[in-house]
Design a protein around this ligand. Structure first.
Ligand code: ADP
Ligand code: MG
Length: 231
């Protein structure tokens, strides 16, 4: 809580209120697991981070001006160490081509999360003018727009409400292990919903927050991408 306060006060008054670097730290402070990795602003530093990660890595452009990174080719999955330098330069070039005056903070280097073993979900918060902070849970990944399989609760969300949310989406059977797949850590998912609910309740300055995807795997959940807006 104290750490979250520090993180949020450090961005208060900053022109650009969409957090990049700080968003992952904020989740971390509330006990929501994020992939191993870091955000760096030089290729050599990217390589150093990659060398500290056992798997190949994922590299992503970090810029407040680029909200949908993969739309501009700003996400590279499965990068081996020997390609980290080139990948870094390429990501920055793509961002510049997209928007020449984009504010580029750097590149995020992450461990690869095994998407095949898990289910991509979304947990988010939006402020409803009438009800205040509204928590959303749903199926994520490539089907999200097609299926629109989501459910909502007003924050703060209780333990049983969070559990209900994981049970009532149409794709709930996917979480529970359809077609011979292992069930994912559903309890971890509902815990994440509650922790997020706690975070946005503690800090009304957070106007909007989206974890997309929250990868739910049999051995736990990880927030792979997060976007947030503060007052
Ligand atoms: P954006 O939503 O801005 O395009 P994401 O960080 O969500 O960027 O990355 C896009 C997609 O790339 C994710 O939805 C996921 O499928 C994949 N991806 C991102 N990070 C990882 C990771 N660490 N491990 C495995 N796949 C990833
Ligand atoms: Mg995303």
């Amino acid at each position: 809580r104290e750490r979250a306060r520090e993180i949020l006060s450090s961005v208060k008054g900053r022109d650009d209120t969409r957090l990049g670097v700080e968003a992952m730290d904020l989740l971390d402070a509330y006990g929501i697991e994020t992939p191993q990795g870091d955000i760096v602003d030089a290729p050599a530093d990217a390589l150093e981070v990659a060398e500290g990660i056992e798997s190949d890595v994922v590299m992503k452009i970090v810029s407040p001006d680029i909200l949908h990174k993969s739309d501009i080719g700003g996400v590279k999955v499965g990068v081996p160490n020997e390609e980290v330098y080139d990948a870094y330069e390429d990501l920055v070039t793509r961002a510049r081509n997209y928007q020449p005056d984009a504010n580029i903070i750097g590149v995020q280097v992450q461990e690869m999360v095994d998407l095949d073993a898990g289910v991509e979900t979304i947990v988010g918060m939006n402020k409803d003018p009438q009800f205040g902070p509204l928590l959303m849970f749903g199926l994520g990944g490539i089907f999200v727009e097609v299926l629109e399989d989501t459910t909502f609760r007003v924050a703060p969300v209780s333990e049983s409400e969070a559990a209900e949310m994981t049970e009532e989406i149409d794709s709930a059977p996917l979480l529970r292990g359809a077609r011979g797949r292992d069930p994912v850590d559903v309890e971890g998912v509902s815990e994440t919903i509650q922790r997020l609910s706690q975070l946005v309740t503690d800090f009304p300055a957070i106007l909007e927050l989206d974890i997309n995807p929250l990868v739910a795997a049999p051995d736990g959940v990880k927030a792979v991408d997060v976007r947030l807006t503060v007052d």
